[in-house]
Design a protein around this ligand. Structure first.
Ligand code: HAM
Length: 409
């Protein structure tokens, strides 16, 4: 039998339904903010990502799926959607008059990462990209969209924000940071590489030794020019006024090189270590880097697999509180039990095991299913007109008269 490729997964049954539900919710919210659907290719010339996501990023440096096609073109499977959206905007010459375009997309992205919980080699994103808007209110709108999507899906998250400054103030910060980094020693290999290619990415290192070396690092917010400072303050004020909670994180620089000004990430900690469930920011400079005379761009992407994991967990929790596991110890009791179960199912969620097994085996199965109540019919109970009841959370058990069962439950 041929197995699937490492780091990929089939979305079947519950996962497939969840995928549809998440995309539908994201689309609904994005459409209300006047975004419309765009479909982008899954492969692009490798150069696109090298010039946008950046050579200093892990994504381009280590994780890109690249190959030569039969005409010797260097092709990459897209590791993200922003670069393609910018390319599409420029190819259609929308930048000539700085046209406002608000697009959303969803689909597979490919990164050769070490697979683990919430991390795949083929994963899905729902992303939005807004072009032609200079105003910081557009950055705020994107945060509102994410906040609304997560509220609609019932997902708790922490929002982290930062300003990375613009072309006027970023170089000043860079200089200060390089001076600071040069005065320290002991950074990891990756940081030494980042220091040469794009020093601000050192701030993103997750290694404890590097984190300790960075404790007193210079802060971007102390170097912001007047415009960036005013915009960042306005962003914070409007978020506060609209009751969107956030934390300012001086080390939030994002793992892709194209950001300037606003950068943000939403985190959730219910699927293991704090995981980013969405990230984005402004990337005005990227339009120039990819050949335009100028323009404005801001966007975000949500990691669908991570949202699916959280929702699956949330649903498992609510299922617990409702599920009754019903079983028999002797198959001859099945016929009599089935009418009782039918009655219970009028307002309760009941799983019925048709096989007679030992009590301990049934209890084990009920536990695996996260059931809350365990009901079991044995010969003795049947003769007495009773049923064995156990609350699987409080562990209390007793025999209950069948006639009293519905009231009791
Ligand atoms: P990103 O932070 O690289 O940003 O990815 C966005 C989200 O995709 C992450 O927050 C995470 O939830 C999910 N993700 C990333 N890698 C994996 C993986 N290997 N397995 C599962 N999920 C993953 C971008 O991609 C930017 N293009 C976002 C953006 C749009 N910025 C502006 N516009």
């Amino acid at each position: 039998m041929i197995s699937s490729v490492k780091g990929t997964q089939d979305l079947i049954d519950k996962k497939a339904t969840l995928y549809e539900k998440i995309i539908k919710t994201c689309e609904e919210v994005a459409k209300n903010y006047s975004f419309s659907f765009i479909n982008l290719p899954h492969m692009e010339l490798s150069a696109l990502f090298k010039r946008s996501v950046g050579e200093s990023s892990d994504i381009v440096g280590k994780e890109m799926y690249e190959f030569k096609d039969k005409s010797d073109r260097e092709i990459a499977l897209r590791p993200e959607g922003t670069a393609s959206a910018v390319r599409a905007y420029l190819n259609a010459k929308f930048d000539k008059n700085k046209a406002a375009k608000r697009w959303f997309y969803h689909g597979s992205m490919f990164r050769y990462e070490r697979p683990q919980k919430g991390r795949f080699r083929e994963f899905h994103q729902f992303g939005v990209e807004s072009f032609g808007e200079k105003s910081v209110y557009e950055d705020i709108n994107l945060i509102f969209i994410l906040d609304e999507i997560f509220k609609k899906l019932g997902i708790k998250s922490t929002l982290k924000i930062n300003s990375l400054g613009c072309e006027a103030c970023m170089p000043k910060f860079r200089e200060k940071l390089i001076e600071f980094l040069n005065a320290q020693s002991g950074f990891c290999e990756d940081c030494l590489r980042r220091k040469e290619l794009n020093p601000i990415r050192v701030l993103d290192c997750k290694q404890e030794t590097c984190k300790n070396l960075l404790i007193k690092h210079p802060k971007m917010r102390d170097c912001l020019c007047e415009t960036c400072k005013t915009d960042f303050e306005l962003l914070q004020k409007v978020l506060k006024d609209n009751e969107v909670k956030f934390e300012v994180d001086d080390r939030l620089v994002r793992g892709l090189d194209y950001y300037s000004k606003t950068a943000f990430e939403f985190e959730n900690d219910s699927i293991g270590a704090k995981a980013a469930i969405a990230g984005g920011g402004r990337y005005d400079r990227l339009l120039q880097d990819l050949g335009s005379k100028g323009g404005y761009g801001v966007g975000f992407a949500i990691g669908i697999e991570r949202i699916m994991d959280i929702l699956e967990q949330n649903e498992a929790k609510t299922d617990d509180e409702n599920l009754i596991y019903f079983c028999i110890l002797n198959e001859e009791l099945l016929q009599d039990s089935i009418s009782l179960v039918k009655k219970l199912r009028q307002n309760k969620k009941v799983f019925m095991n048709y096989e007679a097994k030992k009590l301990s085996k049934h209890l084990e199965l009920a536990d695996n299913m996260n059931a809350c109540v365990f009901l079991c019919m044995g010969d003795d109970e049947f003769k007495e007109g009773k049923i064995f009841y156990k609350n699987l959370k409080s562990k209390i058990d007793k025999k209950i008269l069948i006639n009293d069962l519905e009231n009791f439950l």
